[in-house]
Design a protein around this ligand. Structure first.
Ligand code: GCV
Length: 689
């Protein structure tokens, strides 16, 4: 009897049903066998590579593996060549990436076939919107891992350990660069004590192949430099930046460069001095150039003018194409507005042919349910990267327009706004870790499928620990009853959120500035129109949607033919973007023959049903997940279900005032009434003030 109990306990242990420390992210598997490693070179990076192999090896027991630096024209700087007997790379970092790739394949069932693996982008960056006081703008996972206040800059052993774990996680998915602070940058970031802390971070990240960058405030020469101007043409200003850059490189010899948000949402920039974006960016680029540093200059600009917000970045940057130095990269958000649940790609991709352009994605889910909703972003990014721009004929996808394969550019880069904070699980929601993982994997290989990423991440993060032959039936069951349904849930999750928040091309209909709950009505008196939902949905008695055709704002003309023509025609515009580009009558016949109003109702209803199904999927998965993570995700899914209902009811009841049509009777009726929802919203807005 006693022995049976003991065996049972051992089995339970071996199948990982006990609470796990989810701070280990997707790196929780420990070695099950031994490996012998040869390498004729030694360096901090190679030492890390060797340790990783030893600590997580799951291959043949006693295998011999050689790590070797080689010269090979087929390999990019970070690329590597894998074989059963070893890894070859041009750089130490390449060897480290190769090690993580072998380990991933061992743990997820991939094969090792002597292939060459090169990254899609040279620079694969995280952007942290972390403030020096420790808060994180649009951060939903606790306070900053880098900063805790300007009076608390000393580096503790806790900091060093945390930064090392962070670096390891990034390296494991190929992320090789990070911007330590918010693009709404405090000028203080360039003061010496703060730079010294940045140096401490850089020292920890370096052996993991990660370069450090800073976001800088354009007015820094005035604010902390004591100059009377920050005019980029002023010799004293130029000299100030050169001196500052020199100081930074003395502390951080491999410093990457600057990220700049200028003349956007109140941030200072060259336009304050009658100069343009190229003048500002080039001045900084000149200071960084001797050190091979770069400037990532953001194109996220819009004014409260009469011009459609979606057109403004293109209007402002296209005339400057060709005027930027070759160490300037224009960083463009995936869509023309602002990380909405679904946007068409920004027309700047592929259009700026003489300037390097990089995509900016948002890993933190400001507009997608933050750290409450389960939304796997890889499908959205895949859709974006594979979007056809037509700029250089068929095959000019956003990915190819930015990775250097179409345009002759010195660098290729992609950035993701991080979702990382001090929370024990780093990202606030256990499944939000998958988005950090996915960003790295897609930045490394933009052709990888979302399904593969979800598959890998689930196996690594929730897969049974230490499966051996005797427990392999558990393995099979895990595959069928956990992996397959949960993966499908992840793959459907973005579309579900679009359905219950903003289907058919609706966008920016959030309440207030928290960007969480529904607020299609939200338009306080005196508020800038382009910060209010009615500006975006334009609902009236005739229909709904933003007319961006030639009879409206004509934003469609910023796209290349034949795409522009396709978008302009109501009959060929993809329905997922319908209300983004057209003001459409409530009775418009959709492809499935429903009227627009009915289809809108169906989509909202579908979104709610999808989340309810996700709850079922997760509940059925209980026996495969440790209690702590199971309960945390279950709890969040319940809240997501309630939020989805609120979104559906709020949007349908509000828009119904314009459509004056019933919600199709076969659909579930709203659970809230509009007055109740408006009152809840008022209270929420009041509380957030
Ligand atoms: C960092 C949106 C966000 C802001 C963010 C800005 C940007 O407007 O709401 O918090 O500021 O984008 O990307 O600069």
């Amino acid at each position: 009897m006693k022995t049976t109990k003991l065996i049972l306990i051992l089995i339970l242990f071996s199948t990982s049903l006990f609470a796990e420390n989810d701070s280990e992210l997707w790196l929780r598997k420990k070695a099950t066998t031994q490996v012998n490693i040869q390498c004729s070179k030694s360096s901090p990076t190679i030492d890390i590579a060797i340790n990783e192999l030893k600590n997580s090896w799951q291959g043949e027991d006693g295998a011999n593996i050689e790590l070797k630096i080689i010269k090979d024209k087929q390999l990019k700087a970070d690329g590597f060549r894998l074989s059963r007997t070893g890894i070859q790379a041009k750089t130490d970092a390449g060897l480290l990436y190769g090690v993580f790739e072998i380990l991933r394949r061992q743990q997820t069932g991939g094969s090792i076939t002597g292939d060459i693996v090169n990254p899609s982008y040279d620079l694969r960056l995280l952007n942290h919107w972390d403030n020096l006081n420790g808060s994180v703008e649009r951060g939903y996972a606790g306070r900053s891992i880098f900063w805790r206040g300007i009076d608390s800059l000393e580096v503790t052993s806790g900091d060093l350990n945390l930064w090392k774990e962070y670096a390891r996680a990034n390296a494991s998915v190929g992320i090789n660069a990070t911007v330590l602070n918010n693009v709404n940058a405090s000028p203080s970031v360039l003061t010496t004590p703060v730079l010294e802390r940045a140096k401490a971070v850089a020292d920890v990240l370096r052996p993991y192949g990660i370069k450090t960058y800073l976001a800088v405030n354009f007015a820094s020469p005035e604010v902390i430099g004591g100059l009377e101007t920050a005019d980029p043409f002023d010799p004293a200003v130029k000299a100030w930046w050169k001196e500052k850059v020199k100081e930074i490189y003395t502390l951080i010899p491999d410093f990457g460069g600057f990220l700049v948000k200028a003349n956007s949402e109140g941030q200072p920039g060259p336009q304050n001095f009658g100069r343009n974006h190229a003048d500002g960016a080039n001045m900084m680029a000149e200071a960084l150039e001797p050190y091979n540093g770069i400037v990532m200059w953001r194109a996220f600009v819009y004014d409260p003018s009469d011009e459609d917000r979606a057109k403004q970045a293109y209007n402002e940057f296209m005339p400057l194409d060709g005027q930027f130095h070759d160490n300037v990269i224009i960083q463009v958000k995936n869509g023309p507005i602002d990380f909405q649940p679904r946007e068409p790609f920004s027309p700047l991709f592929g259009a700026m042919k003489k300037t390097t352009v990089m995509p900016e994605l948002q890993v933190t889910m400001e507009y997608l349910g933050q750290s409450v909703h389960l939304v796997f972003l890889a499908t959205m990014w895949e859709e974006f990267l594979k979007s056809e721009t037509w700029q250089e004929g068929a095959g000019s996808t956003v990915a190819r327009c930015t990775d250097g394969s179409i345009f002759n550019q010195k660098y290729s880069a992609i950035a993701g706004v991080a979702n990382i904070g001090l929370d024990a699980n780093w990202c606030g929601h256990d499944f939000a870790q998958a988005n950090w993982y996915a960003f790295g994997r897609q930045a490394w290989d933009h052709s990888i499928s979302s399904a593969q990423i979800a598959d890998e991440w689930l196996k690594l993060t929730f897969g049974p620990q230490n499966i051996d032959k005797e427990t392999s039936s558990y393995d099979l069951e895990w595959n069928l009853s956990f992996l397959q349904p949960v993966k499908q849930m992840m793959l459907n999750s973005h579309e579900a959120t679009v359905n219950y928040m903003m289907p058919l091309g609706l966008h920016h209909i959030f309440s207030a500035h928290a960007h969480y709950g529904p607020g299609p009505w939200w338009a306080p008196r005196g508020m800038r129109a382009d910060w209010t939902p009615p500006y975006y949905h334009q609902a009236d008695s005739l229909g709904i949607g933003f007319d961006r055709t030639a009879s409206g704002s004509d934003a469609i003309s910023q796209y290349h033919e034949p795409l522009a023509g396709q978008l302009a025609d109501l009959n060929t515009c993809p329905e997922v973007y319908l209300l983004w580009f057209h003001h459409v009558s409530w009775d418009h016949k959709m492809k499935n023959n429903r009227t627009l109003w009915n289809e809108l109702c169906y989509r909202y209803d579908e979104g709610v049903k999808q989340v309810r199904e996700f709850q079922q999927v997760w509940d059925k998965a209980e026996r495969f997940v440790d209690a702590e993570r199971f309960a945390a995700v279950q709890h969040k899914l319940t809240e997501q279900g309630m939020n989805a209902q609120e979104w559906k009811d709020a949007c349908l009841l509000y828009f119904q005032q314009f459509s004056k049509q019933p919600i199709p009777y076969e659909l579930e009726r709203p659970l809230f009434n509009l007055d109740e929802l408006l009152e809840r919203d008022r209270q929420r807005v009041r509380r957030s003030r």
